[in-house]
Design a protein around this ligand. Structure first.
Ligand SMILES: Cc1ncc(COP(=O)(O)O)c(C=O)c1O
Length: 430
C-alpha cells in the first residue's frame, strides 16, 4: 500500500493537463517583449530575444528561430541545455527532497562539498571546507566576510575586476560606473593594475586582509593573468599574512580546460569562489577555503536559506559527473583551440587580438561595433556576447563539438562584414 510519502505515489513528472498553464506558450516574441517591459525592472535594457527552449548547444526563440548558443547563459550552461544527466539529477532530487534549510544536511550537499574540496590540495592538517551560496556575488560576499575576520582593515582587488553586484562584491568590482550610484561601499579597497607584480607588491601591506583576483578577467574582455602573476600574488600575500582569494566564478569548473583555471600554476589559494558553471544552469555558488582561512568564519557568523539546497547540489554533482564521464576537459582544450585559431585565421580587418583560455574566448574589434557584431551573429543564428563596445566574448557549453565550432567559424566573416562600418553594411541587426 502506498502512502503520501511513498515514492510510488509521487508524480512521474510526465506533462499533465495543468502543465501548460504554468508557463504560457504560443506567444510571439514581440508580445513577450512588450510584457517584459511592463513587468520586469529595467536594469538590463531590452533583451535581444525571448528564448523558450534549449537542447544541447541550441536554443530557440519565441518565434521558432534556432541559435547556436556560444555564450551559455554567460559561462553557466556548461553541459548545454537540457542535458539528460542534469535533468535526471535535478528531477530525481526534486521528486525526492527539494529543500530542507541549514538546520538539516542532505546527501547531495555533503557529496558536492566533498567534490569541491578535492579540487584544491589540503594545506597542513586543516581539511578544505565549503560554504554554499546561490550565486557568484554571494560566494564573494562569503569570501569578503572571511577576509574581514582577519581583523585587518584593507582589501586589495585588481583594476578591470568584476566580482558581482551585491554591496560587498561591488566594492571589489573596479568599474566606477557600477559602484558610484551606490554611495559608501565596504572598504577601503585598493585597486591595483591587473598583472602588475610590482604594483601588487607595493599595495599589499600588513593592513591588507586579502587580495581578490580572477585568474582570467572575463567581464573585462577575457584577459588571462600573465604567466607568473598568480604565483607572485601567492608569494606576496603569504609574506604579508594576507589571504589570497581566487575568484573562479567564471573561469572555474572546466571552462578553461582545467577544473580550475589556476590549477596549472601550482598555487594553493586561501579562498576560491565558484558559481556559474557549477550548477550547469541551476543557481548555486560556493566559497572554498583551505588552511587557516577555513576556521575564520565561526558558527552563526554567516548563513543563507537556500545555500546548499539539495536540488542545486544535485545539479552540481551532475556537472562533475558529466565532465568526467564525457572527457569534457579534453574537449574544452581541443575545441577551444580550434575556435581561437579559427578566429585568428579569418584575417578579417575587424578582428584584433584573440585571447583564449579553453572555451573562454575574447577577441578585440578594430572599431567599437561589438553590439552590431552580436546583432549580426544573432541574425545568422549564433549567440555571442558584446562584452565591451570593442570586444566579443564566447563562453559556449563545454559540450560544443568541433563541427559546431566550425559552423560558427564558417559564418564569422559574413557576420563581421554585416557589422563592419568600413564595408558599408554595418548594422545592429538585433
Ligand atoms: C569572476 C566573477 N565573479 C563574480 C561574478 C558574479 O556572479 P553572479 O552574477 O552569479 O552574482 C561574476 C559574474 O559575471 C564573475 O564573472
Amino acid at each position: 500500500m502506498s502512502t503520501a510519502l511513498d515514492p510510488v505515489s509521487r508524480s512521474t513528472g510526465a506533462p499533465g493537463p495543468t502543465d501548460a498553464a504554468v508557463v504560457p506558450e504560443g506567444i510571439a516574441g514581440a508580445e513577450w517583449l512588450a510584457r517584459y517591459r511592463g513587468a520586469v525592472m529595467d536594469t538590463f535594457g531590452d533583451p535581444r530575444r525571448v528564448l523558450v527552449r534549449g537542447e544541447g548547444v541550441y536554443v530557440w526563440d519565441a518565434d521558432g528561430r534556432r541559435y547556436t548558443d556560444l555564450l551559455a547563459g554567460i559561462a553557466v550552461n556548461s553541459l548545454g541545455h537540457a542535458h539528460p544527466l542534469l535533468v535526471a539529477a535535478v528531477t530525481g532530487q526534486l521528486t525526492t527532497l527539494g529543500h530542507v534549510s541549514n538546520f538539516f544536511a542532505t546527501p547531495a550537499q555533503i557529496a558536492l562539498a566533498e567534490r569541491i574540496t578535492a579540487l584544491v590540495p589540503q594545506v597542513g592538517d586543516v581539511p578544505n571546507r565549503v560554504f554554499f551560496a546561490n550565486s557568484g556575488a554571494e560566494a564573494i560576499e562569503a569570501a569578503f566576510k572571511i577576509a574581514r575576520r582577519t581583523g585587518r582593515p584593507r582589501i586589495a582587488a585588481a583594476a578591470g575586476s568584476f566580482h558581482g553586484r551585491t554591496m560587498g562584491a561591488l566594492a571589489l568590482t573596479s568599474k566606477a560606473a557600477y559602484r558610484e550610484p551606490f554611495g559608501q561601499l565596504p572598504g577601503p579597497v585598493d585597486f591595483v593594475p591587473y598583472g602588475d607584480v610590482a604594483a601588487l607588491d607595493a599595495a599589499v601591506t600588513d593592513e591588507t586582509a586579502a587580495f581578490v583576483v580572477e585568474p582570467v578577467q572575463g567581464e573585462a574582455g577575457v584577459i588571462p593573468a600573465p604567466p607568473g602573476y598568480l604565483a607572485a600574488a601567492r608569494r606576496i600575500t603569504a609574506e604579508r599574512g594576507a589571504l589570497l582569494v581566487v575568484d573562479e566564478v567564471q573561469s572555474g569548473m572546466g571552462r578553461t580546460g582545467e577544473w580550475l583555471a589556476h590549477t596549472a600554476t601550482g598555487i594553493v589559494p586561501d579562498v576560491v569562489t565558484l558559481a556559474k558553471g557549477l550548477g550547469g544552469g541551476v543557481p548555486i555558488g560556493a566559497c572554498l577555503t583551505t588552511g587557516a582561512a577555513t576556521t575564520l568564519l565561526g558558527r552563526g557568523q554567516h548563513g543563507t536559506t537556500f545555500g546548499g539546497n539539495p536540488v542545486a547540489a544535485a545539479a552540481g554533482l551532475a556537472v562533475f559527473a558529466a565532465i568526467e564521464r564525457d572527457g569534457l576537459l579534453d574537449n574544452v582544450r581541443s575545441v577551444g583551440a580550434l575556435l581561437a585559431d579559427g578566429i585568428r585565421a579569418t584575417g578579417h580587418p575587424l578582428v584584433g587580438e584573440v585571447r583564449a583560455a579553453g572555451l573562454l574566448i575574447g577577441f578585440d574589434l578594430a572599431q567599437p561595433v561589438a553590439s552590431a557584431v552580436a546583432g549580426a551573429a544573432l541574425a545568422a543564428g549564433f549567440v555571442v556576447n558584446d562584452v565591451r563596445p570593442d570586444a566579443i566574448r564566447l563562453a559556449p557549453p563545454l559540450v560544443l563539438t568541433a563541427a559546431q565550432a566550425q559552423d560558427f567559424l564558417d559564418a564569422l566573416p559574413g557576420i563581421l562584414d554585416a557589422a563592419d562600418p568600413a564595408a558599408g553594411t554595418g548594422q545592429g541587426a538585433a
